[in-house]
Design a protein around this ligand. Structure first.
Ligand SMILES: Nc1nc2c(c(=O)[nH]1)N[C@H]1C(S)=C(S)[C@@H](COP(=O)(O)OP(=O)(O)OC[C@H]3O[C@@H](n4cnc5c(=O)[nH]c(N)nc54)[C@H](O)[C@@H]3O)O[C@H]1N2
Ligand SMILES: Nc1nc2c(c(=O)[nH]1)N[C@H]1C(S)=C(S)[C@@H](COP(=O)(O)OP(=O)(O)OC[C@H]3O[C@@H](n4cnc5c(=O)[nH]c(N)nc54)[C@H](O)[C@@H]3O)O[C@H]1N2
Ligand SMILES: [Mo]
Length: 750
């Protein structure tokens, strides 16, 4: 493969070596920005954005700029550790990797024999550098069909939207801000969207799901205008043409209302609908009841604003929608996502330049592409049928974003039914600090599981409280690896190693896999594994030439449904049952799930639970992203804590005044499940009827041993969230639309 970008990938500056490569995890991140690592031997001295990488164009966020502090942090785990005291007692013994692998191997074999491999569950966090590899270890190595996110109720992150996209289009769909082309905004085929809707997403802070938020800022500079749908006045909302400040959890109603406006005004693309979509009549029927008056009442957004935004979107050509987590974090998040996806479909913005385009893994290569089922074929059919939750939620069988349903895994841990859970293998997740709803319930259930392994960079509350074995993992600049989230393909090259006894996730997967099922792990080294995977494409890619070229964009095509590029049978159309983009979902109909989009009131809201609302009169949304933290990570870092020292609950000054709260006061946030304390930030950016609370807090500076576990239950907003309030698909959960009350923390309570 020719070097495409002309610049060297490594050079010397004085006594520093500079390496152009990709940063991904750990610590966590969803992107994979181009960086320049400045190293001196095994020291990472500084990190800069790579100005010659079209992905991020030299820009970086604080977490990357502060990376040397994270990598060289004294709290990094340095050796495999075996628990020698009781769980939570903080008594550990450093052991060798050989001993650690032997302990895992012994337990896996014993559980396979006594209970069956399905009694082992693999738990992952979000979008870190293991999603493509861990399944191979769980499926081919452990023989278990169960892998899911770390007790994330309803798999409520991207998976509800993914399930919808798979049913509706057979593939994933993303807004097209030129990121699929190496020449970016200069690409002759690309068009700048006239309108960009930002829906339940704060992209300049979160850069979520492989989407770099500043691409929106670039488009704004070139003239794109925004519609922002968010209960808070985010930075982008303050610059939007229309800001729809809705009640949390009512996105489905809003989208249905906008669809009705567009349909009533005849602003849909009749030709595209006739030729390429399925079920428009049923959609028309489904939106009828969502009149502007009714939708305005549900959502709190003025009717004329809903109408203006809908008209602006439908009249702009092209127009794109960038959506976010808030859609997933409603019980029927799948149905809300469905309504939003109907907007881009009926307006003819699907798979056109500057609209919402269909993306597939470019080359179908394991290890590098989002292919979370690498190894599933090694599991016998009989064991596969035992996937946790698949009997209750048939979509789980499709294996969208994992193969087990987290709420059902929890129930099995608690009850031993349908079969007991005997081992958890956690990599990239810290459930009791962050991922799990109902943190104490999950903690108690984990204590019942006899054998738990955690692979992490740092000791976490979950590892401290529950693990029997902790494996020390390498950070991003310490690992050779690969990265693709659609496009581009990127190499990550190891530039240093902070301590001798750490290993990369890839090494652990390979070495453990070789012990447990050698014929399925035939590679001698991780690089051999990468080259085997890359060799499966016809592009002449090798790990070595990808390192040298830094990145590689496979060609991207628009209107693929016309060009026979989407279906396996080689026909035109979409990769769905009808061959069309399905406004009415045949797949859902087949499983007895509602096939048209609908609105479902949050299970705990002023309308659905007026009884609860009397006692808990505020609406609680949680987890808006911080510039300096990735979920529960980075809390050890002085730089991050300087910017964001304490857990913050945002509230309007009028709300604060009502409860006698002043800026900076510690307050209790409470509902019928539990409470936690955070510091009040008075701000006019939020509606007085809503508060927004941080997620992911623990305090590395507080006592490690139980019951404190680094103060993990003190400020944990997931003391208030519930497991098992999931949608009819098994996906979606109301993490961002709850009820609560607030009151000041009394003196002496801290
Ligand atoms: N710095 C940083 N970046 C991250 C992460 C991180 O922890 N830190 N986490 C990563 C992960 S896993 C994810 S999933 C993404 C999430 O990133 P985003 O998709 O951007 O999600 P959030 O920041 O949680 O929320 C986005 C916006 O939704 C608004 N909101 C709250 N409730 C509702 C609602 O009911 N409806 C609507 N329409 N809006 C609502 C909030 O005010 C917020 O501004 O970020 C990723 N990127
Ligand atoms: N209330 C509320 N709760 C939420 C959310 C919310 O908005 N509100 N957001 C939810 C969402 S969207 C998600 S996706 C989950 C995310 O939750 P997770 O992805 O589970 O994130 P963490 O709990 O921070 O755990 C990540 C752990 O992985 C380690 N780590 C980082 N990089 C690597 C790596 O490369 N290898 C290994 N082995 N370990 C690594 C970190 O040190 C950290 O301890 O949280 C959810 N929790
Ligand atoms: Mo997420």
């Amino acid at each position: 493969m020719a070097q495409k970008n002309g610049k060297p990938w490594q050079w010397k500056e004085g006594d520093l070596t500079v390496t152009r490569t990709t940063r991904w995890t750990g610590p966590g991140c969803h992107l994979g920005c181009g960086v320049l690592y400045y190293t001196k031997g095994n020291e990472l001295v500084k990190v800069e954005g790579d100005p010659d990488n079209p992905f991020n164009d030299g820009r970086l966020c604080p977490r990357c700029l502060y990376l040397p502090e994270a990598v060289h942090h004294p709290d990094r785990l340095k050796h495999p550790m075996k628990r020698v005291g009781k769980r939570g007692e903080n008594k550990w013994e450093a052991i060798t990797w050989d001993e650690a692998y032997s302990i895992i191997e012994k337990n896996v074999r014993q559980i396979q024999k006594d209970f069956g491999p399905e009694s082992i569950v693999g738990l992952l966090g979000t979008g870190r550098n293991i999603w493509e590899k861990m399944p191979k270890l769980i499926y081919s190595g452990f023989g278990s069909p169960n892998i899911c996110m770390g007790f994330l109720s309803g798999s409520a992150c991207y998976i509800p939207r993914s399930a919808l996209m798979v049913a509706m289009n057979g593939d994933f769909v993303v807004p097209d801000l030129s990121q699929l082309h190496e020449d970016r905004y200069d690409n002759p085929e690309w068009k700048r969207p006239e309108c960009i809707i930002i829906w339940g997403n704060d992209p300049v802070v979160s850069n979520s799901d492989g989407f770099y938020g500043h691409w929106i800022v670039d488009c704004m500079k070139m003239g794109s205008e925004l519609v922002v749908i968010d209960p808070r006045v985010t930075w982008l909302a303050s610059k939007a043409k229309y800001h729809l400040q809705l009640r949390p959890g009512t996105d489905g109603a809003l989208a249905l209302g906008m669809l009705k406006v567009i349909i009533d005004e005849g602003l849909y693309d009749q030709e595209f609908i006739d030729k390429w979509t399925f079920g428009f009549d049923k959609l028309k029927e489904a939106v009828k009841e969502y009149t502007l008056e009714r939708v305005s009442e549900i959502t709190w957004v003025p009717a004329e604003l809903i109408k203006a935004a809908a008209l602006f979107y439908a009249n702009s050509k092209p127009a794109a929608i960038q959506w976010g987590l808030a859609l997933d974090m409603a019980k029927e998040g799948v149905a809300s996502a469905h309504a939003v996806a109907c907007l881009w479909t009926i307006t003819g913005n699907l798979d056109v330049p500057g609209g919402n385009v269909v993306v597939k893994p470019a080359l179908g290569v394991p290890v590098i592409e989002p292919d979370s089922h690498w190894g599933i074929d090694d599991i016998p059919e009989e064991t596969r049928r035992k996937q946790m939750g698949a009997d209750k939620y048939p979509l789980v069988q499709l294996g969208i974003g994992g193969s087990a349903q987290p709420d059902q895994v929890l129930k099995a841990m608690e009850t031993g039914k349908p079969y007991p859970i005997k081992m958890l293998y956690l990599a990239t997740t810290n459930p009791i600090a962050n991922t799990a709803a109902d943190a104490t319930r999950v903690y108690k259930a984990m204590l019942k599981v006899p054998f738990i392994v955690v692979a992490d960079l740092f000791m976490t509350p979950t590892a401290m409280g529950c693990a029997d074995l902790v494996l020390p993992v390498a950070s991003s600049p310490e690992r050779d690896s690969l990265r693709a989230w659609w496009r581009p393909y990127r190499a990550m090259v190891k530039v240093m190693q902070s301590s001798e006894d750490i290993k990369t996730d890839e090494e652990i997967v390979l070495e453990l896999g070789k012990r447990l099922n050698p014929q399925e792990f035939p590679w001698d080294t991780v690089k051999d594994l990468f080259n085997w995977a890359l060799g499966k494409s016809d592009e002449g890619l090798t790990f070595e030439n990808l390192v040298e070229s830094v990145y590689w964009w496979p060609k991207f095509e628009y209107r693929k449904y016309e060009k026979c590029l989407l279906r396996e049978d080689g026909n035109p159309g979409f990769n769905t049952i009808s061959g069309r983009a399905e406004l009415y979902l045949n797949l859902f109909e087949n499983f007895g799930i509602q096939a048209t989009p609908f609105y479902d009131e949050p299970p705990e809201s002023p309308l659905s639970r007026p009884d609860l609302f009397k006692e808990y009169p505020l609406i609680l949304t949680t987890g808006a992203r911080s510039w300096v933290f990735f979920h529960s990570e980075n809390r050890q870092q002085a730089s991050a804590r300087q910017i964001h020292p304490d857990p913050i609950v945002q509230m309007h000054p009028d709300t604060a005044a009502k409860y006698g709260i002043e800026n900076g006061n510690w307050v209790w946030i409470e509902n019928h499940r539990g409470r936690c304390r955070q510091k009040a930030e008075l701000t006019p950016i939020i509606d007085p009827r809503i508060i927004q609370a941080d997620h992911g807090w623990w305090f590395p500076e507080k006592p490690a041993d139980a019951p404190s576990l680094y103060g993990v239950f003190e400020s944990n907003i997931n003391n208030l969230t519930a497991m098992d309030q999931v949608g009819e698909t098994g996906f979606g959960a109301p993490y961002k639309c709850l009820l609560c009350k607030i009151y000041k923390v009394k003196e002496g309570e801290i």
